[in-house]
Design a protein around this ligand. Structure first.
Ligand code: PMP
Length: 362
């Protein structure tokens, strides 16, 4: 979806790295996160300030190979090294399907997947207060809902995955202000293949332990990728900074205007197809005022959480028969009546998808 915008930007985001540049393991030995490229850190701070989606004061930035590496670094850093039992990692269903897989992959003694946070909360009365980490994903993957923690225990540890808290997907109502927040270029600018994410971390010791995890895991994070991500984030910030160097010409959209409008168009197209077919249902989202764009709108998530109405039990198989690929609800801790569909492919694929969906008959 983002490819066309970046093509139109042409040379603005071209980066040349000569053979002699960025050779060392080290980026900034004065920083707690010693492999963090200063120019990448600057671009992160500038963009958050412009968009107003996260508090960056008194936070440590830890860069990761995607927010996927930072998720694992966070689990490692947040668990006491000598707890009597593994910490339960929970998230409210439907949750991002990779969380359980990433949590249990290496059979860590520090933590284990604890499933749906709603159920964990019910099972954990005062006599059975197991330690836990809750992952709060807002807007949520797969259903696009705006979320808060659900377990709400005073000793609870939270990780906020804010991959989709950007103004093309949802109104920016206030700067997120949590202990540990994860972001990624995969969803903010579309550069999933660059594999760059960042964490904003309040606690110094937690940030240090996350840095240690990445040091032992990959001895840092690709400098080439950080420099490319910095260039892209600066281009996004330039496009929003009307009147500044690199701001768009008269009548040209900023990055967030462009991507917001495209998402709005796609959601209208999808809702029209669903209405035509009459076999499916989509979530509705409340209207919110976006302080960044100074307009009210409903969330328009990166994924559609589609429900098959009526007798049909397995929505994924049904759609496959109509040559639509989706991911069934079971992967997300929900029923097979639901599927998740990406709203971010290239135009041609998206048009084909909505056309096929609209022709499905009972
Ligand atoms: N968190 C959520 C909620 C996601 O949807 C994704 C990507 N699907 C990720 C994290 C992973 O992002 P990255 O590419 O930065 O590893």
């Amino acid at each position: 979806m983002y490819e066309r915008y970046w093509k139109e930007m042409g040379e603005k985001t071209t980066l040349v790295i000569s053979g002699w540049q960025s050779i060392s393991y080290f980026s900034d030995l004065t920083n707690l996160c010693w492999f963090l490229e200063p120019s990448f850190a600057d671009s992160v701070l500038r963009l958050h300030k412009l968009v107003g989606n996260a508090v960056t004061q008194d936070r440590h930035i830890v860069v990761g190979t995607g927010s996927t590496q930072l998720f694992q670094a966070a689990l490692y850093a947040l668990c006491p090294p000598n707890g009597s039992e593994p910490m339960s990692v929970v998230s409210a269903a439907p949750y991002y399907s990779s969380y359980p897989l990433m949590t249990d992959f290496l059979k860590s003694g520090l933590y284990k997947w604890g499933g749906d946070a709603h159920r964990f909360s019910k099972d954990n009365n005062n006599n059975n207060r197991r330690p836990y980490i809750e992952i709060v994903t807002s807007p949520n993957n797969p259903d696009g809902s705006t979320r808060r923690a659900v377990v709400n225990r005073i000793d609870g540890i939270l990780v906020h995955d804010l991959a989709y808290y950007w103004p093309q997907y949802t109104p920016i109502t206030s700067p997120a202000d949590h202990d540990l927040m994860l972001f990624t270029v995969s969803k903010s600018t579309g550069h999933a293949g660059t594999r760059i994410g960042w964490a904003l971390v309040k606690d110094k010791e937690v940030a240090k332990k996350m840095t240690k995890f990445i040091e032992l895991n990959t001895i840092g994070v690709s400098k080439d990728s950080q420099l490319r991500a910095a260039k892209i984030l600066q281009a996004v910030a330039d496009s929003c900074d009307r009147g500044g160097v690199g701001s768009p010409e008269e009548g040209q959209a900023t990055f967030f205007e462009y991507s917001h409008n495209l998402m709005a168009k796609r959601w209208n197209q999808l809702r029209a197809a669903v209405e035509k077919s009459q076999l499916f249902n989509l979530p509705e989202f409340p209207c919110g005022f976006c302080k960044f764009s100074a307009q009210s709108f409903q969330s328009q998530p990166a994924f559609a959480w589609l429900k098959c109405e009526g007798e049909m039990e397995d929505c994924e198989s049904l759609l496959r028969r109509w040559r639509i690929l989706s991911r069934g609800g079971k992967h997300f801790g929900d029923t097979p009546k639901y599927v998740r569909i990406s709203m971010l492919p290239r135009d041609q694929i998206f048009h084909l998808f909505t056309h096929r969906l609209s022709t499905i008959q009972s």
